[in-house]
Each structure stands twice: as structure tokens, then as C-alpha cells.
Ligand binder design. Structure first.
Ligand SMILES: Cc1cc2nc3c(=O)[nH]c(=O)nc-3n(C[C@H](O)[C@H](O)[C@H](O)COP(=O)(O)O)c2cc1C
Ligand SMILES: O=C(O)C(=O)c1ccccc1
Length: 364
């Protein structure tokens, strides 16, 4: 991030956060190639605006399985918000609800999901909160987490599929960051089957996670299921065949396999493969309204933002998250106006071109 209001929030967050926690949020896996590529790939793309199709106002709304968004940006699931601010996920939930968008609340939240949803609904009664989970090695634990999300009133489940094992984050290893500070815990993991009574179980990754786990989840709940962490178009097709409500193209913000393409570069093939059967979301590297517009033009129904929300939260709590979402909303609206768009359907693939491919034209 270079300049602009979101960059200012990032700078402020870096100044106030414990450097260990800053690096936990900011870091990626391995050499952090993918971390950089997620943002760099957007800068390699350009928009060809259409002219003279003016509309006095624009509609930025999107309907998705599990909720309506007033802007095509939702809050991607990120862990441990109380590392950023004492109110943690409560503040994030309030800001997302006030902005009219969805918070995808992570299983690794430092506030229990019931309290997260209650905070969102206190701001806006019809607010939608989705619950992200990793299928746990112990199926009873997975079932219990799903039940907690349902009881809390979540309106969709997001199953993260890109983490059969934890990514290796060098910044965390260098700091020796392995545990949350005293007083903070992954509250959804408290009092679970097989865990210590009153205590918190570790979030497990399961290298044997399979499509069977997704089928089990579908049998367990009638909530819409999103599959997050899809990069291969064939997996997107399988996900549709297994009954998902939507897929999320994501490389986990460059935190899992440091060999994959930028999220936006993986998007078009997934969109083609899904062929409109379910909506496709994207997250990774979205840092401004232009990035949102490009992703939507390439076929995403909406995008998720991870780190920008953490920076807003660290910089200024609920107000900081509200500011991030307001800036993105304003920027998307502005870009859409400059593209002669009335609503998000006017962002079509023909508007996106690559930079740096030379000049084609009749220069003699
Ligand atoms: C600190 C941090 C924690 C994250 N924790 C989770 C998580 O628990 N579950 C999950 O599915 N994704 C998690 N993600 C990935 C995000 O959902 C999202 O894919 C990514 O942050 C998007 O990239 P961006 O940060 O460039 O916007 C995490 C990302 C970060 C930065
Ligand atoms: O840090 C992460 O990216 C992440 O996904 C995660 C998973 C489990 C617990 C905490 C964070």
C-alpha cells in the first residue's frame, strides 16, 4: 500500500500494534512471493471505461446466498481481532453491520460467535454474519461448531479448504509467536467435545480433509455453504457438483502455498468453469475501489478484504473499520461512474486489459 486513506490506516496500525502482532497480520508464507503478487497483479491490469452511458446514480448492491450486501465488499475471515483492539470482533461486526455488509466471522475469533452476531444485530436487525470454519479432525467438534453458528443466527457457512496443514510463516517463527497473550483465546473452541472442561481446544488442521467432509457438512446444515480457497477450475466444478452455494477464489492472502498465482489471476478460469451456476467471490490483495471494480469485471460477484480491515481495527477500532468500508464504497462508486456504469452488471470482462503488452495500433 502506498498512499491514500487506506494506506494511512495501515501506517497508523503499524505504529500502534505490537510488532509481533503486526507481523502476524501482515506476513505471508515462505518468501512472501504470493503476498506481494496479490497486490501487484491488480496493478498489472487496467480498465477500459465506456463513455456516454451516463446514469445519475449507481446501485452497488449485491444479493448473495446468505445475505444482501449494500456494497460489493465483505469482510474476509481473519483470526484474533482482539490482538488489534480490545473490542475485537465486536467492533468489526458493528462496523460491517452499519456499512450494510457481511462479516465472515472466523472460527479463530477472540469473541464467541453468539456475541459477534448479537453485536451486529444490535446495530442493524437484519445484519448477516457468516461463520468460517475448518473441518476439524474430530467430526464431533465440527458438528458442535456448526451448531454454535446456527444457534448464533449465522446465515451461511464458509468452509476453508486451502489449509490441510498450517502455512509456515517465517515472521512468526522469527518472533517465536505461537500463543495468544494471556486473557485472549479462540472463544468458539471453548467447552468442546474432547477438550478440557471450560478450556479451549486447539484449532486443528486436517491433512486428510476431503470432499466427504464437505458432504457431511451439507448433511449437517441447511445453511448455504461457501467453499473458500479454490484456485483450480476443476475444484470449482467439483464444488458446484457437491452442492455449494458459492466459491471463494482465494490463496488465503498469501499465507498457505507460496507457489500459487495471484488471486485475481486465478479468477477468470474459475469463473469460466463455474459458468454462472453459483456466485464466485474473490479475496486477496484488494486495496482500493479500482481493485474491486476489476475483480467484478472479471466475474466476481463481490470481494473480501482481510488485512485492510485489521489495519482499520488496530488504528481506530469500530470507527477505523467503518472508515475502510466507507472508503471502499466511495471508491467503487466513483470508478463505476467513470466507467459509465449504473450497476455492478455494467462491469463486464471486456473492460479489463493487461498493462505492458505493447501498443497495438496504426502508427505507420
Ligand atoms: C491475520 C490473518 C488471519 C487469517 N485467518 C484466517 C482464518 O482463520 N480463516 C480463513 O479462512 N482465512 C483466514 N485468513 C485469510 C483471509 O480470509 C483472506 O483470504 C485474506 O486475508 C485475503 O487477503 P488480504 O488480506 O490481502 O485482503 C487470514 C488472513 C490474515 C491476514
Ligand atoms: O493465520 C491464518 O491465516 C489462519 O488461517 C489461522 C488458522 C487457524 C488459527 C488461526 C489463524
Amino acid at each position: 500500500m502506498s498512499t491514500g486513506p487506506l494506506a494511512e490506516l495501515h501506517d497508523k496500525a503499524r505504529a500502534v500494534l505490537d510488532p509481533v502482532h503486526y507481523d502476524y497480520y501482515a506476513g505471508g508464507v515462505g518468501d512472501e512471493v504470493v503476498l506481494g503478487e496479490n497486490e501487484a497483479a491488480f496493478r498489472r491490469l487496467a480498465l477500459l471505461p465506456r463513455v456516454l452511458r451516463g446514469a445519475p446514480t449507481r446501485d452497488l448492491g449485491v444479493d448473495l446466498p446468505g445475505g444482501h450486501l449494500d456494497l460489493p465488499v465483505l469482510v474476509a475471515p481473519t483470526a484474533f481481532h482482539r490482538l488489534a483492539h480490545p473490542e475485537g470482533e465486536l467492533a468489526t461486526a458493528r462496523a460491517a453491520a452499519a456499512a450494510g455488509t457481511v462479516l465472515v466471522s472466523g472460527v479463530a475469533s477472540t469473541v464467541a460467535i453468539g456475541d459477534v452476531v448479537a453485536a451486529a444485530r444490535a446495530v442493524r436487525a437484519e445484519a448477516s454474519v457468516w461463520f468460517q470454519l475448518y473441518p476439524q479432525p474430530d467430526q464431533d467438534v465440527t458438528a458442535c461448531l456448526v451448531e454454535r453458528a446456527e444457534r448464533a443466527g449465522c446465515t451461511a457457512l464458509v468452509v476453508t479448504a486451502d489449509s490441510p496443514v498450517f502455512g509456515r510463516h517465517r515472521r512468526d517463527a522469527e518472533h517465536g509467536f505461537h500463543d495468544l497473550p494471556a486473557g485472549l483465546a479462540a472463544e468458539n473452541m471453548r467447552d468442546l467435545p474432547g477438550g478440557p472442561p471450560g478450556g479451549v481446544r486447539d484449532i486443528g488442521m486436517s491433512p486428510s480433509v476431503s470432499w466427504r467432509d464437505l458432504d457431511r457438512l451439507r448433511e449437517l446444515t441447511s445453511l448455504p455453504l461457501w467453499l473458500k480457497g479454490v484456485l483450480h477450475p476443476r475444484d470449482a466444478v467439483l464444488a458446484v457438483e457437491h452442492g455449494v452455494a458459492g466459491v471463494v477464489v482465494s490463496n488465503h492472502g498469501g499465507r498457505q502455498l507460496d507457489l500459487v498465482p495471484a488471486a485475481v489471476e486465478a479468477l477468470p478460469a474459475v469463473v469460466d468453469a463455474v459458468a454462472g451456476r453459483v456466485p464466485v467471490l474473490l479475496d486477496g490483495g484488494v486495496r482500493g475501489g479500482g481493485d474491486v471494480a476489476v475483480a467484478l469485471a472479471l466475474g466476481a460477484a463481490a470481494v473480501g478484504v482481510g488485512r485492510p480491515v485489521l489495519w482499520g481495527l488496530a488504528a481506530d477500532g469500530e470507527a477505523g473499520v467503518s472508515r475502510v468500508l466507507a472508503v471502499l464504497r466511495d471508491e467503487v462508486d466513483h470508478v463505476l461512474a467513470l466507467c459509465g456504469g449504473r450497476d455492478l452488471a455494467d462491469l463486464t470482462p471486456d473492460l479489463v486489459v493487461s498493462r505492458g503488452t505493447g501498443v497495438s495500433g496504426r502508427c505507420g
